[in-house]
Design a protein around this ligand. Structure first.
Ligand SMILES: C[S@@+](CC[C@H](N)C(=O)[O-])C[C@H]1O[C@@H](n2cnc3c(N)ncnc32)[C@H](O)[C@@H]1O
Length: 254
């Protein structure tokens, strides 16, 4: 199993870290991260009666998405700073009364009930030092027949193979993010009583790296958005910078 630095959690707990670079709701990368919501809008039917647990909520993007559809949401994050931004965002969107914010660690959800219709972990599996433990915890929180909704960076993506490891030169597993093979994720889901997922690829091009590469990739990613919001063919999905998917929680007999 892969592991991140021991200091990863301390990094996320500290003020002025993730809050500075994670701005999917607005800013340069907004157009890119909107594609995740488009996949949900087009491929996933949300029941307003659902109870949702959003683990690693960040600034509350998915908690607010589900709360706006009428769902009752519990939103967990390890960073007090991110939670207070999420609370403010929920207030601005008029959905505060539908979201309960909790400071907590994805690897230990013992204080949370086990009866959720959806547990989601978006743009965050890659940041968890013990992904196995966190997935076990999250799976336990889902009702039989409920959904586990997730994103991750596949290690076969152009983004990880080329931009992250060669242009950015961030040695694998040493930073605050890592990538996984699709097979590893599928096996981990299976071990945790979660079905083979429906999954989609987002972005062959992701704007990243030093300024020139970022600018070029930005243009390519913008162009890509015009012609293709997301990918459904496995050969393309494997090469995308992000995969979004959902599994169904199976009965223990599975
Ligand atoms: C890249 S952001 C993604 C936020 C949100 N899910 C989204 O898609 O907009 C990752 C979030 O995970 C949180 N996080 C990192 N490690 C965590 C952990 N062990 N437990 C709970 N939250 C964690 C960070 O504080 C940060 O807010």
């Amino acid at each position: 199993m892969k592991s991140l630095n021991k200091g990863t959690k301390d990094y996320f707990k500290s003020e002025g870290t993730v809050s500075k670079w994670w701005n999917p709701e607005k800013g340069t990368y907004h157009f890119y991260y909107m594609k995740e919501l488009q996949v949900l809008d087009e491929q996933f039917i949300v029941n307003p009666e659902w109870k949702v647990l959003d683990v690693c909520t960040g600034k509350g993007r998915f908690a607010i998405y589900f709360a706006k559809k009428g769902c009752k949401v519990t939103a967990v994050d390890i960073s007090e700073e991110m939670l207070s931004i999420a609370k403010e965002n929920a207030r601005k969107e008029g959905v505060s009364s539908n979201i309960n914010f909790i400071l907590g660690d994805a690897e230990n959800l013992s204080n949370i009930q086990n009866d959720y219709d959806i547990v989601c972990c978006m743009e965050a599996l890659d940041h968890l030092p013990d992904i196995e433990k966190a997935t076990r915890e999250m799976s336990r929180k889902i009702k039989s027949g409920g959904f586990f909704l997730f994103t991750f960076v596949p290690e076969s993506s152009l983004y990880w193979k080329f931009y992250w490891n060669i242009i950015i030169r961030n040695p694998k597993d040493s930073g605050i993010a890592t990538a996984y093979s699709i097979n590893y994720i599928l096996e981990m889901l299976r071990r945790n009583n979660l079905s083979n997922p429906n999954h989609f690829g987002i972005g062959l091009f992701f704007p990243t790296g030093p300024l020139v590469s970022r600018m070029v990739l930005h243009v390519l990613a913008r162009f890509e958005t015009l012609i293709k919001k997301y990918y459904t063919r496995p050969s393309y999905i494997n090469r995308c910078a992000h995969i979004i998917g959902w599994s169904v929680k199976l009965d223990s007999e599975g």
